[in-house]
Design a protein around this ligand. Structure first.
Ligand code: GLY
Length: 313
């Protein structure tokens, strides 16, 4: 039994392990761990407290993949629901679809009995507004909804440190089943409707019992273009070790063009329960916990530097 998560998953990893210890599935564990991160208002990249889009709306993306069946569910640009990971799971279980977006995802959430709630915290609203005040004239800010050139503000307003924070959970139960889950509020001050890598199976999330699983945090556009999570699993299938597979997937990002360069991080797990994580930034960490451990352990990620410093300024 093992759980691997991005470092902001610390608040949920013990609960996820408790689910496995009590006989729950890898899917149950991933959902339980991520729900606690989504409910953490201190995390301004996931769920409640997430930095909103340019118009001040919190839009959430999430996905979950079952490595035993290769089924998956996902939601994108979901507003007004605290737990997109649970709605993504319901998409997987209740519909012959993988991904629901926007108003359709919200309709489905209501149909499944999820309660609507306010996701924009006072703190996140203040951060959002302060940044807009720095970057744009008062007259534009006063009429953002009616702004005819909203697109011009995306590059001027966004901040690289809030470009792609996300939570990743990978779990393997005692039965060997693997599940991967991802949840995020996406890029702060994004253009409304922007979808990152987190709800896109193969980009931000992939799991296959036969080889392993991977998930991403960071600038989602990079993982979309390179199919990063699926790449790690394909490299495992080709016989690379976990460390080689992660490094190779990170190196694939070096071919991307300038507007898409930024931070990228991967967590990965192979079918034998070996874990590793990778980043193109120094000092990044991840957490893991096995069934024998009382507490999670935080470890450094393997640094795979590259020409990815053009970033978002
Ligand atoms: N990695 C999350 C995002 O780019 O939306």
């Amino acid at each position: 039994m093992i759980i691997v998560a991005s470092s902001n998953g610390k608040v949920g990893i013990s609960a996820a392990m408790a689910v496995l210890r009590n006989g729950g599935s890898a899917i149950d564990a991933v959902e339980a761990g991520i729900r606690l991160v989504e409910s953490n208002p201190q995390d301004d990249t996931v769920g409640i407290g997430g930095i909103p889009n340019l118009l001040g709306q919190v839009e959430l993306d999430a996905s979950i993949m079952d490595g035993r069946t290769l089924a998956a569910g996902a939601v994108a640009t979901l507003r007004g629901y605290e737990h997109p990971i649970s709605i993504a799971r319901k998409v997987m279980e209740e519909l012959p679809h993988v991904l629901l977006a926007g108003s359709g995802a919200e309709r489905f959430a209501a149909e499944m009995g999820f309660q609507r709630g306010e996701l924009l915290t006072e703190k996140a609203r203040e951060v959002w507004e302060e940044r807009l005040r720095q970057a744009m004239p008062e007259a534009v800010l006063a009429n953002l909804e009616g702004e005819p050139d909203l697109r011009q503000w995306v590059k001027r307003v966004r901040e690289s440190r809030r470009s792609g924070g996300t939570v990743n959970f990978l779990a393997q139960g005692a039965d060997g089943d693997i599940c991967a889950g991802v949840s995020t509020s996406g890029q702060g001050w994004k253009y409304p409707g922007r979808v990152g890598d987190s709800p896109l199976i193969g980009a931000g999330n992939y799991a296959d019992n036969r080889y392993g699983a991977a998930a991403c945090t960071g600038l989602g556009e990079m993982a979309i273009l390179a199919g990063t999570a699926r790449s790690v699993v394909l490299y495992l299938k080709m016989g690379l070790s976990l460390e080689e597979a992660g490094r190779q997937a990170m190196e694939d990002l070096h071919a991307l063009p300038a507007p898409y360069l930024g931070e990228m991080n991967i967590v990965a797990l192979d079918r034998d329960g070996r874990h590793a994580a990778f980043s193109n930034r120094e000092d990044r960490t991840y957490v893991y916990m096995t069934g024998e451990m009382d507490e999670p352990e935080e470890l450094p990620r393997v640094l795979v530097p590259g020409d990815t410093t053009a970033d978002l300024e």
